[in-house]
Design a protein around this ligand. Structure first.
Ligand code: FRU
Length: 488
C-alpha cells in the first residue's frame, strides 16, 4: 500500500527514477538485516526486501545470464509491481542490480507486469504488460483495466530506455476480456518474430493470442490457441518452444477444478504438446507457478519458476523478516519418453561443500540448513526420506507423497505424484525451500519448508545403490552488503 500511495501522489513525469531510487534506498536500509534473516534462502534467488513473484525477461545477453522478476520492494504482501534484476556469468555467482523497470507512464502506471526478453542485432528488447487500473471496478473483467504491451530496449542488459506502447486493449480480438497479459517473444520457424499473450475470453475460457512481427515494433494477430472445452477461465504467462522437434505450449490456467491427484493447487502451471489434449503439470509441489524458459548459449533450454502460487492460502515465510517468496533454481529441460524432464542445471553441483555419510540406520546430520540428498538405483518398492521434525517424502512403487506433519509446512499438508516406478530421488534443500526431483526430473515437487533445527537432520529409509549427502555452502549473491543501495 505504501508504494501505491506514494506513487499516486507523485506526478508520473516525476515518478521516473523516483521509484527506483526509493527502492534502492529502502533495500540499502534492509540489507544489514539480511544476515539476521533466519529463513532467507541462500542459493535460491530472492530480493533484499519485499515481495517477489514471476521470473521475467530470462535471457543470455552479451556474456551474461539475466534474471528479472516481478518485484514489489516495499512490503512482503506485494503491491505495485516492478522488474527487479539479477545477472550472472555462470548461474552460480549473481549480481543484484535493483529495479530495472518501474511504472512511470500513463500506460503502465499501476504496474510493470510480467514479460520477456529477446535479442535483435546488438540490442536487448524487453516486452512487458503495462497494467492500468481505471477508476471504479478494475476487477470487472469486461472493462476497467488497461493491459498494454510495452517495449523497452537496452545496449548493456542493465539500463533500459525508450518505453514504446506496442499494443493496447483495442488491438486485441473482440472475444477477449480486458485480461490479456504476459508477452513472451521468440523467433518463429520462418525467421519472423512471434509474441504470445495470455488471455481470458468473454466465454470464460483461457487462451493464448499469437502475434507476428518483422521488426519488433509492428505486430499483427496471427491466431489464437485454446482448448475445445474450456480449461480454466484465464491462461497466464504463456511460453512457446521446441523440445527435439516437439512443439510445446506452456500456460498457467486459472479456474481449473482441484483434483486429489492432479491440479492440487489453486492455480495450475503446465504444458501442452502439439495436439493439446492434456496439460502436463510442471511441478507437483505446493509452491510453483508462472515459470519461463529461455535458451542458454550452449543450446540448453532452461526453466526458472516462481517458488510460490498466488492466493495459495498458506504462509510463505514469517512475515516479520520482511520478505516473501523466491525463484526456483534454474532447471535444464530434456525430452524423454514423450515428456519433458527437469533437472537442476549441472553448474549447481559446484555449490557442494563436502559429503556426509549416514550411520547404519540411514541417519545423517548435515551441518547448516543447505544440503542435497541423492539416492540412485533405489531397490525398495517402499521407502521414505524424513527431514527435520515434520517433512516426509514417501514412495510406494510409483506413488510419491510430500507431506508436512507440523509447522515446518506452515499450513501445507500433502501433495501426491505418480511415476511408473521410483528409481532415484534428488532433494535440494535451502533453508526454507526444497525441490524434490524424482527419476532425474520425471516429476518435480517444490515447496516451502521451514526447518526448525539449526542443522539438517535427514533419515533415509529404504535401499539404494548409491546414497549421497552434501552440504551446500555460500550465498550465490554477495552484493547484499550493507553498502548496497547507496542512492540518496
Ligand atoms: C502471474 C501474474 C501475471 C502478471 C503478474 C503480475 O503470477 O498474475 O499474469 O503479469 O503475475 O505480477
Amino acid at each position: 500500500k505504501t508504494t501505491e500511495m506514494l506513487a499516486e501522489k507523485m506526478p508520473l513525469t516525476q515518478r521516473k527514477e523516483e521509484l527506483k531510487k526509493m527502492a534502492a534506498a529502502y533495500e540499502g536500509k534492509q540489507a544489514p538485516q539480511i544476515e539476521l534473516q533466519e529463513q532467507r534462502a541462500l542459493y535460491h534467488l530472492m530480493p533484499p526486501a519485499g515481495w517477489l513473484n514471476d521470473p521475467n525477461g530470462l535471457c543470455w545477453y552479451k556474456g551474461r545470464y539475466h534474471v528479472f522478476f516481478q518485484y514489489s520492494p516495499f512490503t512482503p504482501q506485494g503491491g505495485m509491481k516492478m522488474w527487479g534484476h539479477y545477472s550472472s556469468p555462470d548461474l552460480l555467482h549473481y549480481e543484484y542490480h535493483g529495479i530495472a523497470i518501474a511504472p512511470d507512464e500513463a500506460y503502465d502506471k499501476d504496474g510493470v507486469y510480467s514479460g520477456s526478453a529477446i535479442c535483435r542485432g546488438d540490442k536487448l528488447y524487453v516486452f512487458y504488460t503495462g497494467n492500468v487500473k481505471e477508476e471504479g471496478d478494475h476487477d470487472y473483467i469486461l472493462s476497467g483495466r488497461g493491459a498494454n504491451v510495452i517495449r523497452m530496449e537496452s545496449e548493456d542488459g542493465i539500463h533500459f530506455e525508450k518505453k514504446t506502447c506496442i499494443l493496447t486493449n483495442e488491438d486485441y480480438p473482440e472475444e477477449c476480456t480486458c485480461h490479456v497479459r504476459d508477452p513472451k517473444l521468440y523467433v518463429g520457424e520462418d525467421g519472423a518474430y512471434r509474441m504470445v499473450l495470455g488471455a481470458r475470453l468473454k466465454e470464460e475460457k483461457g487462451a493464448v493470442l499469437l502475434y507476428r512481427s518483422e521488426d519488433l515494433l509492428h505486430f499483427r494477430l496471427e491466431g489464437m490457441y485454446t482448448t475445445q472445452e474450456a480449461f480454466g477461465y484465464m491462461w497466464e504467462c504463456p511460453d512457446i518452444f521446441e523440445m527435439e522437434g516437439h512443439k510445446i505450449l506452456a500456460v498457467c490456467p486459472q479456474g481449473v477444478e482441484r483434483g486429489s491427484e492432479r491440479y492440487q493447487n489453486i492455480y495450475q502451471s503446465g504444458y501442452y504438446v502439439k495436439d493439446m489434449d492434456e496439460l502436463t503439470e510442471w511441478d507437483m509441489g505446493f509452491d510453483f507457478y508462472a515459470p519461463q524458459t529461455f535458451e542458454a548459449p550452449d543450446g540448453r533450454r532452461i526453466l526458472i519458476g516462481w517458488a510460490g502460487v498466488p492466493d495459495a492460502g498458506y504462509d510463505s515465510n514469517p512475515m516479520e523478516e520482511g520478505w516473501q517468496h523466491c525463484l526456483t533454481v534454474p532447471r535444464e529441460l530434456t525430452w524423454h519418453n514423450g515428456k519433458i524432464y527437469q533437472y537442476p542445471v549441472r553448474e549447481l553441483t559446484k555449490l557442494r561443500e563436502g559429503e556426509w555419510m549416514p550411520d547404519n540406520t540411514g541417519r545423517v546430520t548435515i551441518p547448516g540448513k543447505c544440503g542435497e540428498i541423492i539416492a540412485e538405483g533405489i531397490r525398495t518398492e517402499q521407502g521414505a526420506v524424513y527431514m527435520d521434525s515434520g517433512c516426509v517424502i514417501k514412495w510406494d512403487k510409483g506413488y510419491v507423497t510430500l507431506s508436512f506433519q507440523d509447522e515446518t509446512g506452515a499450513g501445507r499438508s500433502v501433495r501426491n505424484a505418480w511415476v511408473s516406478k521410483v528409481e532415484s530421488i534428488r532433494i535440494l534443500v535451502d533453508v526454507s525451500v526444497l525441490e524434490v526431483y524424482i527419476n532425474h526430473g520425471e516429476v518435480v515437487m517444490t515447496s516451502r519448508f521451514f526447518m526448525k533445527q539449526p542443522d539438517m537432520d535427514v533419515c533415509f529409509e529404504g535401499r539404494a545403490e548409491r546414497l549421497e549427502f552434501y552440504r551446500i555452502g555460500g550465498r550465490i549473491c554477495e552484493t547484499f552488503s550493507s553498502d548496497w543501495g547507496g542512492v540518496d
